[in-house]
Design a protein around this ligand. Structure first.
Ligand SMILES: [Zn+2]
Length: 719
């Protein structure tokens, strides 16, 4: 259910701690044609072409990345130095706006580098990653530790002139100031040096951590040897397993890869309990196999370095440092919410297990429900209790039709129109691009890239990415966003059918894309999805609600053979089962979120991740039939970067807003109420980080969020 929770932190490409402004004006250091740019490296060139230009994905060679990154870093350091050494008295324009302009080349190359790292990774690229990760960290520190620069920012922040700036400008000044302070700008020379050393060590460990997980996902699989090994699998899964077997050159009838998109369906449908256990063990032990890809030692080191850094910066723990500027503000508030939801969710799991056990007993299975049985019996209970079979729903969920449905919703809510374009280069032939325009005025709004299929070298899960942020400090700069997923390709020529959960994930990721596309701000650091981590999941989770609207289902949930819309009786059964299995989904997610937070509240003692995970779960009363959605040794959200560290709670925090916000439509004229949609655009989707999120929410809803709607949505009664 919570596949969308695997989506990565890629969406927050703009960290304003360093001036990652995006800048389209022709820079004096660049000559006019592509081949005359620094070193003749095409990755450094200004993005050419229509739509304000686009990334030159067709010109990528891995050997170009290192020199391009080096050249772009050097260029940004020169730009920043010029700002720091300006002899004119510091003011908003010559300091803050100047920083927004700096680093345009670096932003461009770093975007392409990021896309390669997450979707086109391979051994050659990994060598570059290992070398560049610490150097990029050192580069960021060089900017945030520039004393003369910080003095200027501080001076603008403390100046009485600040009061004369408009609210967006004041927020930008605040953001620069706090980000610099939070990055150690006020520390002494020795502490700064140690901080930078920590950040470089962490960058190296993050790279190791994610390369280890990727290796175990790419290299490990379960070989299916005969027809008996396929027992229970629907045709689409048999086809996918066979296709994967061909790719991996494995004899037999197919293979199950060690990725979520292959493992979860196998656990749901395979009648072979022995194979389910094997696949389950393979998947939950990624990064935990006591071999060259084991992540436990990396975790211990990461946690110690984070604890040391937090202390150095004057915070009690890493969690306190991370949450200071989040909506929750303190780990205690985040914990309070998680604990309120935990107990009713666990109680629900016990009910779910009772139902599954009863069914297994009735069928004479002679088993006790184990974690590798959960998804399998959950499906059987769904059928038994709600007369609902996921395989009955799937023929109505065609990937491409649902994409059209998503476009239609964006048209209704935000007046967007999508047109496919073919004149834009892509990183892989599977990727397609659409131009987004305003339906009425035909104004160009942005580009949307769609990369739906799994492939070797692409990280698992689903995520959104911003290639270019909307802004207007250099004229009207429009945004470029992408949605990425890991659907397993079906048979050529046949429509790809996806599950209800996958369809929900598509709407979720598209919600992030709409957050970017609606952006209407001046300064790039405040643009689109560059908001607090525990707020950014709000627009995306909100969009999930539109999948189940009758308007979408009747028009776009069409049977792939007959073209008939999904029958109302089936829709009713889906609706009746809306809170089914919420115990599993919530506990699976929340156990991971709680372990994440507790790991980062534990201070600087040396942590053995295995023992910590085991003991924490025991203390929490984790049901033995469920395992954390991401076990510690494979928890990319938390250990592949600082991204969601002490921040995995964000999905729950945002879901409080989501559930409560959808109420505004329900209380109005329904999900397509134009007036509510306009408020949503004006107060939430268009403002980026120009306002405090709590205030923005209040402006939209007319009051603070209430947690009741979340409990109701998940079918829990408050404890
Ligand atoms: Zn998301």
């Amino acid at each position: 259910m919570l596949d969308r929770i695997t989506h990565s932190l890629m969406l927050l490409i703009t960290t304003a701690a360093i001036a990652l402004a995006i800048f389209t004006a022709i820079d004096a250091t660049h000559a006019t044609t592509v081949d005359e740019t620094a070193n003749g490296n095409p990755l450094l060139a200004k993005w050419e072409g229509p739509y304000g230009g686009f990334p030159p994905f067709d010109r990528v060679q891995i050997a170009l990345f290192k020199p391009a990154l080096e050249s772009a870093m050097a260029e940004q350091l020169v730009e920043v130095d010029r700002i720091a050494k300006n002899t004119a008295a510091p003011d908003f324009e010559n300091t803050i706006v100047a920083l927004e302009h700096a680093g345009s080349t670096f932003n461009r190359i770093n975007t392409i580098y990021g896309v390669w790292g997450s979707t086109m990774n391979g051994p050659e690229f990994q060598v570059v990653e290992r070398e560049m990760a610490p150097r990029l960290a050192a580069f960021r520190d060089q900017i945030s530790q520039n004393e003369a620069l910080f003095k200027r920012i501080e001076s603008v922040y403390n100046s009485p002139e600040k009061a004369k700036l408009d609210p967006e400008q004041q927020r930008l000044v605040w953001l620069y100031y706090t980000n610099f302070v939070r990055s150690g700008a006020r520390l002494g020379t020795e502490a700064k040096a140690r901080l930078s050393q920590i950040n470089q060590e962490l960058a190296g460990l993050f790279t190791k951590f994610s390369q280890n997980v990727l290796a175990e996902e790419n290299d490990q699989f379960l070989a299916l040897k005969s027809e008996e090994d396929l027992a229970g699998l629907p045709q689409s899964l048999r086809d996918a397993a066979a296709a994967a077997g061909v790719t991996k050159k494995q004899p037999g009838v197919g293979i199950i890869m060690n990725t979520r998109s292959a493992v979860d369906p196998f656990l749901t449908y395979s009648d072979r309990r022995d194979l389910r256990e094997k696949v389950w063990r393979m998947f939950i032990n990624r990064g935990d196999n006591d071999d060259e890809h084991d992540n436990n030692a990396n975790i211990t080191q990461i946690l110690q370095l984070r604890a040391e850094r937090a202390k150095l910066l004057g915070y009690k723990t890493h969690a306190h440092w991370r949450l200071e500027n989040a909506m929750a503000k303190t780990p205690e508030r985040a914990m309070e919410l998680m604990e309120a939801v935990w107990k009713p969710a666990v109680a629900r799991v016990h009910e779910e297990v009772r139902d599954m056990q009863a069914l297994a007993d009735k069928q004479g299975a002679k088993i006790t429900i184990e974690p590798w049985d959960y998804r399998y019996y959950m499906e059987k209970v769904r059928k038994d209790k709600y007369d609902l079979d996921q395989n009955e729903v799937k023929p109505y969920l065609q990937l491409e039709k649902l994409r059209e449905g998503i476009f239609w919703v964006a048209g209704e809510l935000f007046n967007f129109n999508f047109t496919p374009v073919t004149n834009v280069p892509v990183a892989h032939p599977d990727i397609r691009v659409w131009e987004v325009t305003d339906k009425t005025t035909k104004r160009h709004i942005g580009l949307w890239y769609f990369d739906p299929y799994a492939r070797v070298g692409k990280r698992s899960g689903a995520w959104m990415n911003a290639y270019r942020s909307q802004e207007r400090i250099n004229g009207e700069v429009t945004t470029i966003v992408s949605n990425n997923a890991n659907f397993i390709k079906g048979k050529p020529g046949e429509p790809l059918l996806i599950s209800w959960d996958d369809a929900t994930t598509m709407f979720h990721e598209f919600g992030h894309a709409l957050h970017g596309l609606n952006s209407n701000v001046t300064y790039p650091s405040l643009s689109g999805t560059a908001v607090a981590r525990d707020y950014v999941e709000f627009p995306s989770q909100l969009m999930e609600h539109w999948l189940s609207t009758p308007e979408v289902l009747q028009r776009f949930a069409l049977h792939y053979q007959t073209g008939q819309p999904i029958p109302q009786t089936l829709v009713d059964r889906i609706k009746r089962s809306a809170t089914f299995n919420q115990g599993f989904a919530t506990v699976e997610y929340l156990s991971a979120a709680l372990v994440d937070m507790k790991l980062h509240l534990a201070g600087d003692r040396k942590i053995d991740p295995k023992a910590f995970e085991r003991d924490t779960l025991a203390e929490l009363g984790m049901p033995k039939e469920i395992v954390m959605r991401h076990r510690t040794p494979q928890f990319l959200h938390v250990f592949a970067s600082d991204g969601y560290s002490a921040g995995y709670y964000s999905y729950l925090w945002s879901d409080v807003l989501t559930a409560d916000a959808f109420g505004a439509f329900v209380e109005g004229k329904g999900p397509y109420d134009k007036a509510v949609a306009e408020r949503l655009r004006k107060d939430i989707f268009s403002i980026g980080n120009t306002k405090d999120p709590a205030e923005a929410y209040k402006a939209f809803r007319g009051r603070d969020p209430k947690v009741d709607a979340l409990m109701k949505k998940r079918g829990f009664s408050p404890s």
